[in-house]
Design a protein around this ligand. Sequence first.
Ligand SMILES: NC(=O)c1ccc[n+]([C@@H]2O[C@H](COP(=O)([O-])OP(=O)(O)OC[C@H]3O[C@@H](n4cnc5c(N)ncnc54)[C@H](OP(=O)(O)O)[C@@H]3O)[C@@H](O)[C@H]2O)c1
Length: 434
Amino acid sequence: MTLPTLDSQAAEQLIAAGTAHARTLGVQVRITVVGSDGSLLATNHPQGNAPETFELSWFKAYAAAMPTGAPELLSTWQKREPGLFAEISRYSMDPLLGGDGRAEIRRGGVLRGGIGASGAPSEVDQLICEYALELLGYDPPVSGGPGLSGNPHQGVHLADAVPWHLLNDGQKVPAIGLGTAPMGHEQTETAVARALRLGYRLFDTGSAYGNESAVGQAIAAGSVPREEIRVLTKLRGRAHGYEQTIAAFEESRRKLGLRYVDLFLIHWPLPALDKYVESWRAMIKLRDDGVVRSIGVSNFTAEHLARLVKETGVTPTVNQVEMHPGFPQPRLRAVHEDLGVRTMSYSPLGRGTDLLGAPEVASVARAHGVTPAQAVLRWHVQLGAIPLPRSGDPRRQRENLDVLGFELAPDELDRISLMAGSRIGFDPETHAEY
Ligand SMILES: NC(=O)c1ccc[n+]([C@@H]2O[C@H](COP(=O)([O-])OP(=O)(O)OC[C@H]3O[C@@H](n4cnc5c(N)ncnc54)[C@H](OP(=O)(O)O)[C@@H]3O)[C@@H](O)[C@H]2O)c1
């Protein structure tokens, strides 16, 4: 399995997440994150200022493999900072307590002599490592760990668990991606950086979102090889037309800081403007020039798709459209199937509507011991659509990618598909986006 590198930015995020997690459990924690070489990556209290007995807990996290890495790391630290582990307020975070997968932290006595002194990982090492690994996109090796539900990919990084689809041009894309709109620069950069570590490999942005540079910066700063990542951006309305499309693409590519873009899509058809075929010809040229790997469209109806194919002979690889249980797009999906176009679902979770609270979703989710969002995302995946859920929250980002460990039965898929609902976004026939 591929282990992500834990850099200081990741360590800061781990500390923020760990502190927040502890707060939900009613405790405060002092956290130090140690790199796999034993170096201090980040701490939420001054280095060396270890009180004799910590008032609360000493929380360590490792990106190194469990369990072999833990004792070595700890002994490195003990040698370097002998006082650090002299007395540690011990707590036990036992995810199996109560058997409902919820963690509980108990204050306990004092553990003398330092964690790891015996050479074997202590209970604390083990649980903290598991928590750290979970935050970094791994399923903890202990079944029923916090927030997880029987995933058969235990011990496998989520990046390795997500299948990839073959597009009609021979390129491949992951079965789930991360949405980034509407997110500002900083939020996008943080979300993409974290998502990369969690295992997301497909990122959706657009010129109109104003966050392409943030996506590019997060990718450049991360440690995942470029060829394992798929970046999707979109042409905005004001750039429709042949020359304008070429120029707008160059602008997007510059902002992303990429040599090539994986997927370039026409964001909206804008039928009243009637220039999408011209833009499509420019996109074919960009693809033929090798600066774009795959070209596609977004918000195109069956008629728009048919016209592109008829007038240019080139079928889009994907059509990114609004799709969720309240708007399951059966007719358009059938058209996609006939043409060999892959459906990508935007607003896959219903964008903050009460979709996730619907009884149909709740009952399916309960039956599989997963969250409503996971049930809905699994529905997308099983229908062959690529959902692009957006979340700025580490737990939810992880949850949204962790949907490969269970399978919905045909009647469960139908129950979700037949829910009442309607479109929540704009109508492509009339929407004017410039
Ligand atoms: N092509 C287009 O025209 C078009 C149009 C719209 C959207 N999009 C793309 O599609 C992406 C996703 O669509 P969207 O943002 O409209 O809607 P969405 O992904 O369905 O919903 C996002 C909302 O759901 C919440 N959420 C995420 N995961 C959750 C979970 N596990 N449990 C509970 N709530 C959860 C998020 O809150 P937290 O952040 O607090 O988790 C956020 O408020 C966009 O970001 C964008 O990239 C494309």
